[in-house]
Design a protein around this ligand. Sequence first.
Ligand SMILES: [Zn+2]
Length: 131
Amino acid sequence: MWYICGVNIEDMENISITTNIASMAYDELSAEQRELVDRAKAMTYKSYAPYSHFRVGAAIRLESGVIVTGANQENVAYPSGLCAERTACFYAGAEHPDDKFKAIAIAARDTSGEFCAEPIAPCGACRQSLL
Ligand SMILES: [Zn+2]
């Protein structure tokens, strides 16, 4: 028998979460999807990352069609700061609380300043927040 914080986990509801991910080349994307990717890439230039030099941008399209954006924001109290995904997520929640997320694009530039060729997976905290 296992307990987490005094709760018998055998009594907990078992929830399964599935995330579908599609991998496509930029030219295979729809115009709407390319717009979201372009906005995420543009946001990497608004990143404040003087410590990691890893610049990330995110763009979330809401069901209304509105796009909200974010960029990672580091702080002198590093690693306190906020990822691009949560910056956009929380901005959307504050400004458009009744609008659901439809899609998110995330772009990153590495320490050389080049866009990363491979997809950048959100960190665990961002995944939980987005969920
Ligand atoms: Zn994150």
